[in-house]
Design a protein around this ligand. Structure first.
Ligand SMILES: [Zn+2]
Ligand SMILES: [Zn+2]
Length: 153
């Protein structure tokens, strides 16, 4: 069987930011879609703990991916049963009727984040991000270059 690719896109908010979550400390922050895809930024660090996370997918995104995979598997099963039913029609020795269809789980649409995050521009490299207001006061790491900033533009 061919490998199956399920695709979905993570929506950006009105300003073009995508919600990310640090795998180390669970901090939420947002980076522009542009920066997320920017090859010049070799690694993204978490503004709160300054570490590089292996994944920045939020729980919502992971949940959606799992639900989509489940639903896809259900489709396969449903189709298989339908196929069996159709084939068994021409065979008097074997009668097969597909039962109730397996119901899809609701695929939760992704929200681009309800957290109150404030937009800041980092003086170190002039990339901008959205971070928790508290981080703005205590200082935080630039997600794009890892420098700790205490003042923002
Ligand atoms: Zn972190
Ligand atoms: Zn920077």
């Amino acid at each position: 069987m061919d490998p199956i690719t399920l695709e979905f896109s993570i929506p950006a908010d009105d300003d073009g930011y995508i919600l990310l979550q640090c795998g180390h400390c669970g901090e939420y922050f947002k980076l522009t879609a542009e920066d997320c895809e920017n090859d010049d930024i070799l690694r993204i660090v978490c503004p709160a703990c300054g570490l590089e996370s292996e994944t920045y997918l939020t729980d919502d995104v992971i949940q959606l991916a799992l639900t989509m995979a489940d639903n896809y598997a259900m489709d396969l099963v449903n189709n298989m049963f339908k196929d069996l039913e159709r084939k068994s029609r021409h065979n008097s020795n074997l009668q097969f009727k597909a039962g109730k269809k397996l119901k899809h789980e609701y695929e939760n649409p992704l929200h681009s984040g309800i957290q109150a995050l404030e937009e800041v521009t980092f003086p170190c490299c002039h990339h901008s991000a959205k971070i928790k207001p508290l981080l703005k006061m205590t200082g935080c790491y630039c997600p794009c270059c890892g420098v700790k900033n205490y003042e923002f533009e």
